[in-house]
Design a protein around this ligand. Sequence first.
Ligand SMILES: Nc1nc2c(ncn2[C@@H]2O[C@H](COP(=O)(O)OP(=O)(O)OP(=O)(O)O)[C@@H](O)[C@H]2O)c(=O)[nH]1
Length: 847
Amino acid sequence: MFTSEFEPVYCIEGGTLQLKCTVYSETINVHWFKGDIEIKETENMHIIWADKTHLITFKHAKVSDSGQYWIVAGKVQKQLEVTVQALFKRQLKNITIMEGLEACFECEVEKPYPGVWYKDGKELKSSSNIKIDTIQESVHKLTIFQTTLDHKGKYEIKINDILSGADLDIKEIPDAIKQMSEHDRSIFLEAAKNGTAARYNIRIILVGKQRVGKTCLLRRLMNEGIEGVESTDGINIEVKKCKINLQTKEWIFTKGNESPLSEYPNDQYADCGFWNFAGQKEFYATHQTFLSRNAIYLLVVDVSEDFEMNTFENMIENQYDRIGEYINFWLDNIHCYTVNDTDEFMIPESNLLNPPVIMIGTSMDKVKDREKTKDSFATYINKLLREHPKRKHLRKLCFLSNTKPSKDKNEFQTLRNDIFDRAKEIPKWGDNLPTRWILLEKEIDRFIHIEEFVISYDMAKILASKCSFSLKEVTLELDSFLKYEHDIGNLIFFEDIKSYIILEPKWLVDVFKCFVSPFQFQSQYINMPEWSSLQSTGHLSKILIKKLFSKVQVLNETEHEAFVVEEMNEKKKFALQIMKKKKAFVLQIMEKFDIIVKPIKIEKNEEYYMPCMMEASGFNQILDTFKVRNNKCSRTSWFGLQFNFLPPAFFNHILVTFIKEYSLCIVEGGRLALYRGIGVFDFEDSKCLKLVICLSENSVAMQVWQFKNGEGICYHENRKYLTHIVSFLQQKYRINIPFRCFLKCPDGTHHEIAERIYLNILNDVSKTALTYCHEHKNHTLDELRRYWFKVCIKSLGKGQIVTREQQSGFTDRTCDTCCLCKASKHWSFKLLVPHLTVEFKFLVSGF
Ligand SMILES: Nc1nc2c(ncn2[C@@H]2O[C@H](COP(=O)(O)OP(=O)(O)OP(=O)(O)O)[C@@H](O)[C@H]2O)c(=O)[nH]1
């Protein structure tokens, strides 16, 4: 029947496939089959014959056209093997990378054809950050440099009408990394090239007054009993950990020797850490160190207490006990972390702010009418917070009893679920990190598990190499890792004092609590005259440091042992050395946190001072010490900053920054003029000018005491220094504490809000130039501001010579280094020659 041979047929996908045979006679009918099914013509496939030749043509062959074909003529059938080879030798592959990295799609084809690239169906062309390449005509490449989240999508290449496609998934760089330096970001990205994984972390911080039931609540949340719970001693942090199953929301607690939590995989379980703060006020000087912007706060309140509104007293003077004051205090503290309403702290479409706060009313067993208490507490909170934006942190009010829970303890399960739901709103939830960074986090967890709360930098290097940190630059990558971990509050690390890394804040608190000790726990210092000297003068003598260190258990364990052994062997000597190093490190850390400070210009500069533990002294007493109230001394007006809320630790930072910049005056007995919330500084060699800086509730004010003719001196540099420090500290601690500048009359009391003149009023020329003052009847505004604000010479017109004679002709505009006068282009000028001496000279030579 057949006169042709039947060789196997081969073709490449997309090409034309032809199957052909010739038969003995034109009258022979030929039928084509694939398997058992007879082939019928389609749009893409034609069957034709001419004379004895029969032909079947697939215009655009598909891989599925491959197979066994049968050609049947009469009773004869022949088999034909057909192979359609896929065009793509290598298809595009899905890519998942970290934003900022380069993404490269690549495919290889069997036959050189041109290709066209598409993203989400739209054709792509080469551009500044997209490169389209073909290598030896058969390898097609698409490279996207410095990817952003917008590059996510489906990418395809069409070659000879055949598509190959893959997805590009881009993971966001954690915010903390974005805010780090470019160097750290590039190290992070380099590490991310070797793979990334998501990590879920929840930190829950319990805060509130002492004895409101924080510890009991924590026990209940951890499914533990509350027997034997005692008020936390002094300043303390109790840290507890558990895991939460991301799918089932089940909480996993391990006790004793059960398998460590680190064995639960990161991508399926969230790490949950509870930090329980002791409620003692003294902690507030240091607690800012331990608060975090990436946490959920449980604000615990004992609702069986009388929570009626009361006057808000000055917490600095330790009269700070009303529930409302605590609630305000903590919400204000938490609200400081909201840098602004539009950034990551704002939860989209909800008008709520992060970090979230759940308020928990305890001791419900003690109240008579539960429903009434709930209602009146909610009303009370409503009145207390009014329209203040800090209420946007509040998510829920819960009421429960720790001592008499419900039978099924369901209220605690509800609270656990709430915590988990809130955790998802926090920006750090599901941060993508380089896999080896997550490995190192686990290594560190292992140390914490065996209660090694502080490790040396060398040890960290060993761990980092174990986790395959880039070998050549292990310290570079390790530093970036540690900075990130510090930033999100997982550990404490400073690049400039990197001998040790504190893995658990508990270690630091254990050290701090010997130094920053609440009054009622100070009986242990009864035999230490140096402690009493610390309280009155702020001087932290070397002997006292030694004595206090000897009380810090975590620092002495090895050292004691070492002393017991008569002949110290090498190992013990080594241990002793380590302890010494650790103590030096502790002092550096306390210095870093501004808890202690070495004032400048003290001989050899070796003595430490600790302003936050000093007893209060009356301001009048200080005035008497300096004999300010006599006619040889004139006082400038007060210049101050009034904050919406000033965290107690923050004033410490301000004062310590001044102590590092200006020399503290030395008063009788050689002591430094440092008092609780007050510092007096010499800022001139003659010591005739003294700058006093004072803290009062939510305000900082300063004044200069002039023991010489101070007429005409303008202290605008000091004023600028104060505002500069505040903005610098705000940036450093990334907290938001808005303030207004004010002036007050020289003899006025700096801490009283009455009669403060705010800068916005100063700014307003239409306001009267006179200001009434109860004590002195009236002052002109100029009298108050000339000490702190220079007249602006920048805006003087050319040829405008200012002379003493012209003084009377000019009106009413002085300048806060251009901030007051910038509103007006043609402003008039009032010149008070005495305080313009310098500028005056400049003008004369200039013209
Ligand atoms: N009746 C009643 N007593 C409670 C409740 N919660 C706690 N207590 C008791 O209050 C006391 C203080 O409880 P803690 O849990 O230690 O309070 P805390 O807030 O951790 O205290 P500090 O550690 O001092 O800050 C304990 O004696 C508890 O038994 C409660 O809901 N009802």
